[in-house]
Design a protein around this ligand. Structure first.
Ligand code: NAP
Length: 493
């Protein structure tokens, strides 16, 4: 029946896609859809510029602690990275350049926030904040993970008369030079800010609730000669990528999912050595010493944090914060730390994903209800009863320990295999089965017991039950699983 098949093919209307978000994963989706000839799509972006995390995080010292030669699209290797770990602005410029070079800028509708997605009559009905509507056969949600700032509940926060802002909402109109800066939090963002600011501010007070292990990774610069060699020899660039990829996987990403591994012990010893050998004052050293295992919280990487916090104008405050007053932060010991600027480096709400969007699947089932306890998705991609909606870097994926660009590329290729089933007429609707998601959740929770994230600390990895929400296996397993969907785990309708 080849003639009939050809006719079916010709008669089937071209599928329409809506991509939500023009960050790293949304850009990837647009490029890949275009490459596949699936050109009927729109990327909706609520901001006026692409870049996601790298648009939003502009704090002093912002950078990525995944090596730049790993944190890049496989189809757009970049010989021009300035550093082993390049600054945020450079990553943003890279994303803009790649999007531009691949001709997808015109597919992005900037300033349009999607507020509703409803699965009705076999298609997705989409609504934006300004009341515009659209429809799609497939929705690809590239909405990010560390995206919604978590604001602390501290009495008097609104009463402060100086400037106060979250690390991901840096107010560049506020001068910091020579002034008194207070930073709340000691995660990766705070540590980068401390190192970047300490030499220019007047006084810097770091409010630490929990001490962090610091992995002392140097950030080497690539010389102009290095970059010229990478430009001239793509094979050299590829070898660099492969070497870094193996090292990063073996010595970090795969180590954290096996708390007893020798590689995990090596990380701990290096962190301990860093603390012992670089913090001179025994009192300060003890206040900086965590009481849990290294990498239990997301490991903080910094070559110079300990030097920064020992500068004469830097103060580590370990007394608990009592309240914020017009003049500064008052700690429980009654001391008022007078400040001009307060930076809330207090992290992100990691359970949001598609939300606050209102999303309803088959029979009007709402995502808020399905995710009432906690978000979860089969292999981080698909939610039962929400057909033809696929997430990149959704819940339960390998976040925090891998190059999220590589993760998104693997996920996108997997999603395209699902889409292909619909395009070839094998089904109209596809979503993971409830059984598959249940099994995945159980296996994930069991595997998580071996990870270092469950060795006794609180962190953003843990869900409301204290179970790590992140992918608890190694990266090779993720690659294998992403190679091809197991169709027994999907409902094809
Ligand atoms: P984070 O790791 O979640 O750290 C938040 C910090 O704020 C913690 O020290 C936390 O203390 C503290 N905190 C929260 N609420 C508080 C309160 N009410 N009072 C006092 N302290 C409070 O957030 P982040 O530093 O923004 O980093 C988030 C993730 O983004 C990182 O883990 C990493 O995956 C990624 N990131 C990466 C880079 C990089 O590549 N270099 C840079 C920035 C961010 P407790 O520990 O006591 O909860």
């Amino acid at each position: 029946m080849p003639d009939q098949e050809n006719r079916d093919e010709q008669e089937r209307p071209a599928p329409r896609f809506v991509v939500i978000g023009a960050g790293m994963a949304g850009i990837l989706s647009a490029i890949k859809l275009q490459e596949a000839g699936l050109t009927d799509f729109t990327v909706y972006e609520k901001a006026d510029r692409l870049g996601g995390t790298w648009r939003e995080n502009t704090y002093p010292g912002v950078g990525c602690d995944v090596p730049s030669h790993l944190y890049r699209y496989s189809f757009a290797p970049n010989p021009d990275w300035s550093h082993l770990f390049s600054p945020g602005a450079e990553i943003l410029a890279y994303l803009e350049e790649v999007a531009d070079r691949h001709g997808i800028m015109d597919t992005i509708r900037f300033g349009h926030e999607i507020v509703r997605c409803d699965f009705e009559g076999g298609r997705w009905a989409i609504e934006t904040a300004d009341g515009a509507t659209d429809t799609a056969d497939f929705v690809i949600a590239a909405t990010g993970v560390l995206h919604h700032p978590a604001y602390p509940h501290i009495d008097g926060l609104d009463s402060f008369t100086g400037a106060v802002f979250h690390s991901a909402r840096w107010d560049h109109t506020v001068p910091t030079e020579g002034r008194r800066i207070g930073i709340i939090g000691t995660g990766s963002s705070a540590v980068q800010i401390v190192s970047a600011l300490v030499d220019s501010v007047g006084e810097l007070a770091l409010f630490q609730r929990t001490a962090q292990w610091i992995f002392p990774q140097e950030n080497s610069q690539f010389s102009e000669e290095d970059r010229a060699r990478f430009r001239a020899d793509p094979q050299l660039l590829q070898s660099m990528h492969e070497g870094l990829s193996r090292t990063f996987a073996d010595h970090f990403a795969n180590a954290v999912v096996n708390a007893e591994s020798p590689e995990m012990q090596a990380i701990e010893q290096l962190c301990l050595f860093n603390l012992e050998s670089n913090v001179e004052d025994p009192g300060l050293r003890e206040r900086l010493r965590p009481t849990y295992r290294a990498a239990c919280k997301r490991l903080v990487v910094s070559p110079d944090f300990y030097q920064a916090i020992q500068r004469p104008n830097a103060h580590l405050v370990t007394e608990e914060i009592d309240r914020i007053e017009p003049q500064g932060i008052r700690t429980r010991d009654g001391v008022l730390h007078e400040l001009d600027v307060i930076v809330l480096a207090t992290g992100f709400r990691v359970d949001r994903f598609l939300r606050p969007m209102q999303v309803t699947g088959r029979n009007g089932v709402s995502l808020d209800a399905v995710w009432e306890k906690r978000p979860s998705a089969y292999l981080s991609i698909s939610i039962p009863e929400f057909p033809n909606l696929f997430m990149l870097n959704g819940p339960n994926g390998p976040v925090g320990n891998f190059s999220l660009i590589e993760v998104a590329e693997l996920q996108f290729a997997y999603i395209m295999q699902l889409v292909e089933l619909a395009l070839s007429g094998q089904c109209r609707e596809i979503s993971a089965t409830t059984e598959a998601l249940g099994r995945f959740d159980e296996e994930r929770a069991e595997a998580a017991k071996r990870t270092v994230w469950m060795t006794g600390c609180s962190s953003w990895y843990l869900d409301d039950r204290g179970v790590p929400a992140a992918w608890p296996w190694n990266f090779d397993r993720f690659r294998e699983v992403m190679a091809a969907p197991d169709l027994d785990d999907y409902e094809l309708a």
